[in-house]
Write a protein that binds this ligand. Structure first.
Ligand SMILES: Nc1ncnc2c1ncn2[C@@H]1O[C@H](COP(=O)(O)O)[C@@H](OP(=O)(O)O)[C@H]1O
Ligand SMILES: [Mg+2]
Length: 266
């Protein structure tokens, strides 16, 4: 039996939960709502399932944030961007349904992202993985399992639009490619020890990576742009087209491989 979709408004009050606890609560609630919705859609066209999923999850997160953090700004994939966020001290960066395609296909590789940016840094976040029945968060941080250093690296990439750079980097590292949907699910695969790195280029937005990167960095993983520079959030243009998340012990090797492959294709 799936849990009843809850309206967070029934019990969320300002100050009841820490920021990380709130992120977990909201991402988990949106995830359960999405599972319930999908179980009840029958054979609706996939575009309609995507639309309903995006809307339902947005509604849960927006209502919960308005209730529990009424003074904070929000940047969401599913809402009109309000420039007031650029002057706000605290901004929630949310992707109500990441991996919309996979969700609509009945797969489990999709996620709900809730992150908090405060004064220049990601300070709290949660990534719900409803298909796996789990939520990763920043506090308590996830514990990344150890890996067999002799085994080939496993590199998570987009299953529907793998970036041009992916194959070259995998070859340079002798890595096996593991294709899956959703930026959050791929970062979570590295956190969960199912993959060792995630490389993306060619297009994405702040909401696709903010919560996953918050969770990954809290767990001690490396996260940066492909050129090794820091990922910056709450920028005027939320386009943030590339990133790499990997185990810290392979970060230097991975960044060197990316640099070499990018130089070769130029
Ligand atoms: N080239 C690109 N341009 C813009 N967004 C991209 C992109 N490649 C991936 N994304 C976004 O990143 C998320 C993960 O994609 P993928 O599964 O291909 O790795 C998806 O988010 P949404 O599902 O929230 O739209 C997708 O839209
Ligand atoms: Mg997304």
């Amino acid at each position: 039996m799936l849990p009843e979709p809850q309206s967070p408004s029934t019990h969320l009050r300002e100050g009841d939960l820490s920021d990380a606890e709130l992120a977990v609560e909201l991402a988990g609630t949106a995830g359960r709502t999405l599972l319930e919705l999908r179980a009840g859609v029958g054979n609706l066209p996939t575009d309609e399932v995507k639309k309903r999923g995006d809307e339902a999850a947005q509604q849960v997160l927006a209502a919960g944030l308005a209730q529990a953090r009424p003074r904070d700004a929000v940047l969401s994939e599913e809402a009109v961007d309000d420039a007031a966020r650029l002057d706000a001290a605290r901004v929630w960066i949310i992707d109500p349904l990441d991996g919309t395609r996979e969700y609509s296909e009945g797969r489990s590789d999709w996620a709900v992202h809730v992150a908090l940016w405060e004064a220049g840094a990601l300070v709290a976040g949660a990534v719900a993985l409803p298909g796996l029945g789990t939520v990763l968060t920043t506090e308590p941080a996830a514990v990344v399992p150890s890996r067999d250093g002799a085994a080939p690296l496993r590199m998570a990439v987009s299953r529907s639009r793998p970036p041009a750079i992916a194959t070259g980097v995998a070859e340079a590292l002798g890595a096996d490619l593991v294709a899956m949907g959703s930026a959050g699910f791929k970062v979570a695969a590295v956190v969960r020890g199912e993959a060792d790195l995630y490389v993306h280029g060619g297009g994405q937005y702040e909401w696709d990576s903010a919560a996953p990167v918050a969770v990954a960095m809290a767990a001690g993983l490396h996260a940066s742009r492909l050129d090794g520079s820091p990922l910056r959030y709450n920028q005027p243009d939320p386009y943030l087209p590339d990133l790499v998340v990997c185990r810290p012990e392979v970060a230097e090797q991975v960044l060197t491989a990316i640099e070499r492959v990018q130089r070769d294709v130029q």
